[in-house]
Design a protein around this ligand. Structure first.
Ligand SMILES: [Zn+2]
Length: 320
């Protein structure tokens, strides 16, 4: 009897432990495989008749979600990346539309978090970190929708706040590690599109997020020297780390390499959002030959070197 009584707390503790969810292992069998949709939502000829959801939610894998903003709400058609870890999730970029009534990103993200929590036997009140590539309005517009969400941290809206948030001492060269709970995100400075921008590498999927510095569209370069140095940093990173995919925030070209005019809300002939290291290397090699401002097509992407927001064609063939 005495022995049994003595064992009771141990039995209770064991029962409690078995009820707690087992940590997810984000370090085995890397890269964690995932899939992209065959086609993303890409606007429609008549936006009034658009029947797509405001935000397309795509589960790349069980712990990774990629979302796209409906072009009927904003032509930017921004991509957003949500990574789950054992302790917290991070949402990279928050789209182009502020109003929750107009474009309910917060509700979509809350729904996705609840779905993930249920599937993994966890509480949906997991901490959420809101970060973004850079301080252009098409990358953080909906951040305000999360103001009243409990357990939420935001990286800040000034350069000083952002650099301090990541604990960087030497921007842009410093590379810091941010732990989602067994899933590490590497973050470093990635300026050149604008002076204040960041690159994010997910060690679990090995997806490298390059923001507006490098993507399938018009890479608008504000400061060429900074941009070229950032491209070099990305190429060097890819030479020393495994990179499964490179992703950006927008798609602005056709599968044949023509750029859609700025403001296009219907892109029926889009290439995928994901790119590879060979494209990055080709673009960097091409960029090294650029001597003056102008629009350059590298064969993969456009480099719009100090051209402001010009496109190669000024007439929208999809207008009516
Ligand atoms: Zn952008």
């Amino acid at each position: 009897m005495r022995t049994a009584k003595h064992l009771l707390p141990l039995i209770f503790a064991t029962a409690l432990l078995s009820a707690a969810p087992r940590p997810i292992d984000f370090t085995a069998n890397l890269p964690a495989k995932g899939t992209f949709p065959a086609k993303w939502i890409h606007g429609s000829p008549s936006l009034l008749d658009n029947t797509d959801p405001p935000v397309q939610v795509h589960w790349y894998n069980a712990h990774t979600v990629i979302m796209r903003e409906n072009k009927a709400y904003n032509y930017e058609g921004a991509f957003m990346y949500l990574y789950f870890g054992n302790d917290r999730a991070i949402l990279l970029d928050q789209g182009s539309t502020s109003s929750r009534n107009e474009w309910p990103l917060r509700d979509v993200v809350d729904g996705v978090i609840a779905q993930w929590a249920k599937a993994n036997g966890r509480s949906p009140d997991i901490e959420l970190v809101l970060a973004f590539s850079h301080l252009h309005g098409d990358h953080f517009a909906a951040i305000n929708q999360f103001i009243d969400r409990p357990k939420t941290r935001m990286m800040g809206l000034t350069h000083e706040e952002m650099v301090a948030f990541w604990g960087m001492k030497n921007y842009p060269a410093d590379q810091v590690e941010f732990d989602l709970g067994g899933r590490k995100i590497l973050v470093w400075g990635n300026p050149g599109h604008i002076d204040s921008e960041f690159a994010y590498y997910d060690t679990y999927t090995q997806i490298l997020f390059t923001g507006d510095v490098f993507y399938r569209g018009r890479c608008y370069v504000g400061n060429f020297r900074m941009w070229l140095a950032s491209m070099k940093r990305l190429v060097e990173f890819a030479a020393t780390h495994l990179v499964a995919h490179i992703v950006g925030c927008h798609i602005e070209i056709t599968t044949k390499g023509q750029d859609y005019p700025r403001g296009t809300t219907y892109q029926p002939d889009e290439p995928p959002v994901q790119m590879d290291v060979a494209m990055l290397k080709r673009t960097y090699a091409f960029a090294q030959t650029i001597k003056e401002p102008g629009i350059y097509f590298t064969g993969d992407v456009y480099i719009c070197n100090q051209t402001r927001f010009k496109t190669t064609i000024d007439r929208n063939p999809y207008a009516y």
